[in-house]
Design a protein around this ligand. Structure first.
Ligand code: HEC
Length: 136
């Protein structure tokens, strides 16, 4: 009986990537799997800007989480210099590759990125005094 349960459990794990995952999309898990090779969460950077300073930048730039998540998800699909909020990062690290993930996963990980902003620590390092870069 025990063995059967274990096997059933494993079956669930294997099919998780297809349908079951949609129910419990965990932005952090998506990040760990697809983004953490390049992005650290806190400074210092690996091969890309760390997430927490990026998140604070998005909170300055966008009025609502919806706007922020829309931007991030669209950017992950098609990174380009024109839309990048962090122009310095593009110059320093080069453009990030497009993420070939389902829209749901892009939005989940984008929501997780947005939520990494911590009001207690302010804007994060290196972004002091720049303020809003444009008004939309
Ligand atoms: C191969 C390395 C690499 C991977 C993998 C990667 N990124 Fe990036 N990312 C970068 C680099 C380099 C930049 C800075 C240049 C740019 O904006 O394109 C960046 C920029 C960003 C930005 C800033 C966009 C802006 O508006 O300025 C966000 C947000 C982001 N990445 C999130 C993610 C998330 C979430 C994932 C995983 C789904 C991910 N990245 C995977 C390299 C990577």
């Amino acid at each position: 009986m025990k063995k059967l349960l274990v096997m059933a459990g494993m079956g669930l794990m294997f099919s998780a990537s297809a349908s079951a995952v949609a129910e419990t999309l965990d932005g952090r898990a998506i990040f760990d799997k697809n983004c953490s090779v390049c992005h650290s969460i806190n400074p210092p950077p690996k091969l890309a800007p760390p997430i927490i300073p990026l998140a604070s930048r998005f909170h300055i730039q966008f009025k609502s989480k919806t706007d922020g998540v829309n931007h991030i998800a669209a950017y992950l699909k098609l990174p380009n210099k024109k839309n990048a909020i962090d122009q310095q990062a593009v110059a320093r690290f080069g453009l990030m590759p497009a993420m070939k993930l389902p829209d749901k996963e892009l939005r989940a990980v984008a929501g997780w990125v947005w939520d990494q902003y911590n009001p207690a620590t302010g804007r994060g390092r290196g972004f002091g005094g720049q303020g809003r870069m444009n008004s939309n």
